[in-house]
Design a protein around this ligand. Sequence first.
Ligand SMILES: [Fe+2]
Length: 145
Amino acid sequence: MIANWDVKYETNISEIDSQHKKLFRLINQIETIYEENQNHLSAKSKSLVDAVSELEDYTLSHFLIEERVMELNQYPDLEAHKKQHDRFTDKILELKNRLTSGTLLSNDLELNQFFSDLIGFLRLWLTNHILQEDMNYKPFIKHNL
Ligand SMILES: [Fe+2]
């Protein structure tokens, strides 16, 4: 199932909301490539690797901006929030390394399992993170970038 944007994810900070929407789109894009090629994943490995790399790059720049907004507004839980971002960044890197190294790409069955785990993880992480951690800073944001 594709993750859909919903008003409950809104922080009311326009830049952050549009970046979160883009993250949903990037995860959905990975899911679409996966669903369209479930039986021949290896043949589509380049698009899959590209889509994961794009998500990784976009996530990194999004986290930096979000952290700058929190800093600017002296959000008291900034350090704990940053740790969540760092943990996610490490995880994405680990998953991308698994994807681009070793034998994963030559084994459809293994790749299939990898992608269904990856998509489940990404969707759950993003929705939980926005609904919990991001919503916590919402009342503290008085100044935008
Ligand atoms: Fe965040």
